[in-house]
Design a protein around this ligand. Sequence first.
Ligand code: S3P
Length: 423
Amino acid sequence: MDIVVSCLKKGLRGEIVIPADKSISHRAVMFSALAKGKSTIKNFLYAADCRSTAGLFKNLGVDIEFINENTLTVNSKGILSPYLPPLDCGNSGTTMRLVSGILAGQRFDSTLIGDESLSKRPMKRVITPLSLMGAEIESNDGRAPLKIHGTALHSIEYNSPIASAQVKSSILLAGLSADGVTTVIEPYKSRNHTEILLEYMGADIAVEENRVSIQKSSLTARDIFVAGDISSAAFFIVAALIVPDSDIIIRNVGLNETRTGIIDVVKRMGGNLEILDERIVSGEKIGDLRIRYSDLKSCEINGADIPRLIDELPVIALLATQAEGETRITNAEDLRNKEADRITAVVTEFRKLGIDIDELPDGFIINGKQKIAGGSEVEVYHDHRLAMTLYIAGLIAKKETLVKEFQWVDISMPEFLSLIQRL
Ligand code: S3P
């Protein structure tokens, strides 16, 4: 589905409730599948990636029933059943990497496959530590398909070379069934939804700054309410900041401090963003955000910022085009390993819209206060976040923008168009 976006003549106004968090929705299904008993998951993200996870655990013999799109029950015996055909992770890196850690310690063999984009993404980052735990995984030179020969695992202490929640979570999930204490140390703290939800479900887990340890544990089924996704909210936050005369409220936004890098950046840039009514759901902080059109100034984004806003960087690069001065984003080399190479893709497609942006090996340099020309066709490279970023760019471009294959938005936010139209 190609879509034409034209310049907005007036500001975004009103309120939306942001759809559920993708990372937490995946984990809610996975951990409930490992727990004995019945869990009800409320406010689940009914998007393609999370449906891949639910479908995969159904194939592994777990009783998963959707009461409606956003509520499901997971009824599990606490053990998974063998499934001989390949298990399809679709476009979802989180599914493939976390499930690898779960399947490595099972008593049966399994094969994980993914779509064209996922089949190109690096899996050595999980194969290496899991192999150190005794896992037997065959791959296509470090990429999917992954053939996992289930076996007994032993604990390790792993110094991860990258701050990646997917790597950390894969090891911790393997550690759930391994003998001894499994520890992961990260260079910077990555998102900690695995730690929060595993603790909520009774795992023996301890966190000390960037160091997480887990012991063999069984999980208890619990009801889980999934917080809203700040990575999805990011598109509306940026839209309100850059479309003149905007003033919006976004409700139920997850405000876990390992994810709120975008809020810090918006504040550093002088953006008008207020947090209202903070509260806790299933161990996670949430709140409502009010965002108004703002005069922005540039800033530097690097180091420990990066894991706290990694998925928001394409739309933050767009935000920077509207700020006074030059914004440098560095230390974000892992952006090249996402659903697309998000550094080259952003630079290539932004330039088609007439944006002045320089490519760095590990990020971007963006000049501020730019007028966006538009009047062109842009590609999304099978990448939902690029699709939404380019759509928002179109809202302030002088001429119409044609975003090709916009249906990729379904990976994380099928509701995107109806929400933006409501505003
Ligand atoms: C995710 C972690 C991040 C993020 C991805 C979801 C997760 O990846 O980019 O969209 O749910 O754990 P890395 O852990 O590889 O940085």
